[in-house]
Write a protein that binds this ligand. Structure first.
Ligand SMILES: Nc1ncnc2c1ncn2[C@@H]1O[C@H](COP(=O)(O)OP(=O)(O)OP(=O)(O)O)[C@@H](O)[C@H]1O
Ligand SMILES: O=C(O)C[C@@H](O)[C@H](O)C(=O)CO
Length: 333
């Protein structure tokens, strides 16, 4: 495991992520539905949590803003964050809610349904704007927020406050908006609704006006922009305010478009897929790493593709995040 890493006193974090945390309970049998699964592995989970772990694995200082239940799974989340070298000082308990658990089914190469247990309300949706350490939020070199953080109050107000606090900065690397569309969190009783989608789009527009980078798969870009063709999505995201738009197309590759006119369009790195879940988070952690390093766009996308591919070739999400040596190795460096 990565040793805990905290920046020297008063130094900002390289990567500060905000949003979901929980426990992934993933089947140890693949190709069968949950009704048939007999044993599960326990892993730290939650997409922005995984992004922080991915960045830490690549040698970056990373912290998370989130909330768990006040229960043994909450203790596990803290223990696991520390083990991965992600600072947990802004992960606080909510006494009234259980720590969420997430199951999945594994049907390689491309079918990995997720089953979220986040009711009545996930602790991370209780992140409050008045409890944010806005100095740390402003100072972080990369701030990473997600679409799911907008689905309910008070997390919605907290997410908007965090991105607004970063407005007008020139000395930070990026404010990243992961478009992260999970329809079941936006409708009544966990069912997707047209209203949910329309509400999400309006809120996504608010965040895009403050963010400098937007990243999402095609379905997520469609929620944000109303269009589906990758180049149109990227252009619409630039029009909405960001400097860099990254459209992930799973097996079809990635398109990244920068406001300065540079672009990169690359195929995925071929691997034998075990579980595609978490690939997007590995991609995200590597994207942060490349932006922090100041690499040119094509190098960043190539690197993030390789990190995503490595996680797609492994069962878990957080504990599967690659080291820089593993990414370099896959890229043949
Ligand atoms: N089957 C695959 N083979 C190779 N690379 C992959 C594969 N699946 C994903 N990747 C890599 O990971 C990146 C992100 O994957 P994907 O497009 O599935 O993101 P996502 O929908 O955000 O995923 P997640 O399930 O983690 O939320 C891809 O752009 C690609 O670089
Ligand atoms: O929060 C999620 O998106 C699900 C996670 O628990 C899981 O780790 C995953 O699939 C990450 O993409």
């Amino acid at each position: 495991m990565t040793p805990p890493m905290t920046p020297p006193t008063n130094e900002p974090f390289d990567v500060l992520t905000m949003g979901r945390i929980g426990v992934d309970l993933y089947p140890l049998q693949t190709g069968v539905g949950l009704a048939e699964v007999e044993t599960f592995g326990k892993f730290l989970g939650g997409s922005p949590t995984n992004v922080a772990v991915a960045a830490a694995r690549l040698g970056r200082t990373a912290a998370l803003i989130s909330r768990t239940g006040q229960d043994p799974f909450g203790d596990y989340c803290h223990q696991a964050l520390k083990g991965f070298g992600v600072d947990d000082r802004w992960v606080t308990p909510v006494a009234s809610e259980p720590t969420p658990v997430t199951f999945c089914e594994i049907f390689p190469p491309d079918d990995f349904p997720l089953y979220f247990y986040r009711r009545p309300k996930a602790p991370d949706l209780h992140i409050r704007p008045e409890e944010l350490d806005l100095d740390a939020v402003r100072a972080a070199r990369v701030l990473w927020v997600t679409g799911t953080g907008l689905c309910e109050e008070p997390s919605r107000a907290a997410t908007l406050a965090a991105v607004a606090a970063r407005g007008g900065s020139t000395d930070r690397t990026a404010t990243v908006f992961d478009l992260d569309w999970r329809p079941m969190f936006w409708g009544e009783g966990g069912k997707e609704s047209a209203d949910g989608r329309a509400n999400a789009r309006a809120l996504y527009r608010e965040v895009l006006a403050h963010a400098t980078v937007a990243v999402g798969n095609v379905a997520e870009c469609e929620v944000a922009t109303g269009v589906r063709a990758p180049r149109e999505c990227a252009e619409a995201l630039l029009d909405a305010g960001v400097e860099l738009a990254v459209v992930k197309q799973g097996p079809k590759g990635v398109l990244a478009l920068h406001r300065d006119g540079t672009s990169a369009e690359l195929p995925p790195h071929p691997v034998e897929v075990v579980n595609g879940l978490g690939a997007g988070d590995a991609f995200g952690g590597a994207l942060c790493h490349g932006l922090l390093a100041g690499w040119e766009l094509e190098r960043i996308v190539r690197y993030a593709n390789a990190a995503g591919a490595l996680v797609a070739s492994r069962l878990a999400c957080s504990s599967a995040m690659p080291t820089a040596a593993e990414v370099d190795d896959l890229l043949g460096r």
